[in-house]
Design a protein around this ligand. Sequence first.
Ligand SMILES: Nc1ncnc2c1ncn2[C@@H]1O[C@H](COP(=O)(O)OP(=O)(O)OP(=O)(O)O)[C@@H](O)[C@H]1O
Length: 703
Amino acid sequence: MPFSSVNYSLVDKATHKRIEIRKMTKERWEGILEVKEKFLQNEIGEDELLSCSYLEPEVAKSWIRSRNYGVDHKRVILRCEAKSKFKEKLKRNEALIKIVKPLREIFKNFVEASGYGFQLYDKNGLILLGDGEVIKVKNNVTKGLCLKEGIILNEKNIGTNSHSLCALLRRPVQLIGIENYWDELANTMASAAPIIGEDGEVGGVLLLWQWLVCEPWNENFQRLFSHMLGLVTSIAVAIETQLRLLKSYEELKIANDSLAMTNRMLETTLSLIDDGIITVDRNGKITCVNQEGAQILNLKPDDIGRRNITEFVENTSSFMDLLKKGESAAIEEVVKNKDENYIISIRPVYTNDKNKQINAAVLEFSRAKKVNALVTSRSGAAASFSFDDIVGVSEAITRAKEKAKRFAGCKENILIIGESGTGKELFAQAIHNWYCPEGPFVAVNCAALPRELIESELFGYEGGSFTGADRHGRPGKIELAEGGTLFLDEIGDMPIELQAVLLRVLEDKKVMRVGGRRFKKVDFRVIAATNSDLNKMVREKLFREDLYYRLSVLRVDIPPLRDRGKDKEILARYFIEKYCKKIGRKTPQISPTVRKLIYEYKWPGNVRQLENAVIFAINVSKGDVIEVRDLPDEIRSDFSSDHLRICNHNQSNKRVLLLTEMEKNAIVEALSETKGNIPRAAELLGISKSTVYRKLKEYNISV
Ligand SMILES: Nc1ncnc2c1ncn2[C@@H]1O[C@H](COP(=O)(O)OP(=O)(O)OP(=O)(O)O)[C@@H](O)[C@H]1O
C-alpha cells in the first residue's frame, strides 16, 4: 500500500523549496525492512526498488550506489585520513571549526543529558569535529565505532547515511534506522544540515544523531525527530551567518589595517613637508592639518573640526570666493597674528568628477619669502660669490673688502661706487651672502630696462592692469627680494620720477603693484651700484638728493684695476687657471713681455677687460706660452702707444733706460724664439717688421 501522508516540512534556505518529511509509520518501517532484505539478497532489481513507495527515491538511489561500491551492510572497514592530509584539511576549514567548536561545547552537556551526538563533517564525510562517542548498538552491546575526528564516514565506506546524502543533495536530510545502509546504523536516527559557503558550495555538514530509544512511529518520537531537523538546520544557518560575518570582519580588518597604514604613511609624509597643509570642508571648517600647518595657524588639537579658516586670513571674502569657485588658485595672504605673508595654494576636492561640486579643499601655506627665494634662485638670480671669491692682495682691494665686510653685517642700504668692470656686482653678492645667504638676491640693471617697463618690473602689477601684461599679474623685483637683497645696478640711470617712488618704498618698506589697491609689506636691503659721479648728478639735479643720502649711508669705493699693483698679475693668473680648468686645457705660461704689459697697461675696462683679454689669449695662443700677439688688438695697440708715450714723456734717464732695456730684451727674446725670423718676431712683438729693423739698428742687435 502506498504511503503518502506528509507530517511535517521545512523550507530549504538554499533552494527556498519546502522539504517534506514523511512520517515513519509501522507499516512504512516494515515495508522498508522487507524491501531492503529483498534488495540485499538480490531478490528485487533496481527498478523495483526505485518504484517502492515506502522508500524515498534518493535513499533508494543511494542504496544502489552503496551496493555498487561494494559496501558490506554487515561489516564495514573504517578509514582514517592520513595525519598530514588531515592537518591540512583542518587548516583549510579553520574558520568553520572555530565557529562550530564553542557550539559543540555548549551542546556537549545537552548531548550527555539527552543522548544526542553532534558532529561536523566536511563534504566528503571526514569528521572535522567529533564527540568521541562510541556508538552502542544492539542491546546495549558496545561496538567499536568511534566518532572521532579524522575518521571518514562516507557512502563509499559505510553506504547510505544522512550526512553524505545531505552533502550530495545540498539540503537537510533525515534518516531513520533501516534507511541507513549499514546494519550498525539501523538503531540510530540522524538529522543532517549543510553549511553552504559564500561560493555556494557545501562547506561542511552538521549532524545530530541519537539512538532509537523507542519505535519510530511513536508520536513523541515523531515530534522529537522533527525538532531535531529544525534544530540542526537552524544551527547550520547560524553558522553560515557567522562565517559570513567572520569573513566580512576579516575583510574589514584587512581594510582597516591597510587604511591605518595609509593614514600613517600620509601623516608621515605630511609631517615631512615643511609647508603647512590644511584641509577644509566647503564652508572653510578645518578638518585636518599637518604639523607645520598647526604651527602657522597656532592650532591646538581641539581646534580641528571646530575652527574655520576664515578666522585666520585677513582678506576673508576674497579667500572664500576662491574656495567656493572650486578652481585651483594661489593667492598671497596675510595670516592673522603673524608677521609673514603666505602663498596659499587652493586645491579643490570635488564630490565627484562629473558635476564638479566642491566638497572640500586642500590648502598649502608656503612662506612667501621662501617661494620668492625659490623663484629667484630658479631664475638664476641667486648670489653665488662670497668675499673669498674676490681675488687680490693689494692694499686698495683689501681696504675695500674690509669695509664691505663691516657694512655687510648691518641691515642698512649700501652704495658701491666704482668704474665699470671693477667688481661692483661681485662685492654686492659677497655682501648679500655674508648677511643673508638664505634670502633671494634680485639684481636689476636700471640702465638696461626700458623706461616704460621699469616701474612694473620693480613694483609688479595686478592682473589685467595693462595690455600685454600677464592676466594673473606678477610680483615685482622688490616683492621678490623679500627677505633678501635688491641689487640696483647703474642706479644713476634710474628715471628721476621713479626715484621718488623708490625713496618712498625704502622709507615705508611697503609696495603696491601697478594697478593694485593694496600695500604689501616688504623686508629687503638695497645695494645700489654706479660708475657715475652721483654727487655731480645731484648738483646737476639729475639724481634726487634725498635718495642719494638714503642710499649712500654706507659707501664702498672699489678701486680701479690700474691702482691694484700686483693684483693685476694675480688676477691674470687666476683667470687663466680658472678658464683652462673649465675647458680642460693645460695652463699656459705668460711671456715676460705679456707680464710687463699686464703691469703697465691702464686696463680702462678693469677686471672684466683683463678677464676677457685672458680668455681671448688662451683661445688664440697655440703654444704653452701666452705672447703679446695673442692679446686682443685694442690692448696691443693701446699698449704700444702707452709705451711710446712713456718713452716720450718721461725724460728721466733712468726711466728711459729701463724702458729701452725692456724693449731691447723683448726683441732679443722674440728673435731667439723665432730663430732670427724677423717677420715672425715682429708678429710676436705685435709691431711692424720695419719697426723691428729700426730697433735692431738702434740697439745694435745682430741677427
Ligand atoms: N677681485 C676680483 N676677483 C675675481 N673676479 C673678479 C674680481 N673683480 C671682478 N671680477 C670679475 O670681473 C667681472 C666683472 O665684475 P662685475 O660685473 O662685478 O663688475 P661691475 O663693476 O659690476 O661691472 P659693471 O659696472 O659693468 O656692471 C666678473 O666676471 C667678476 O667675477
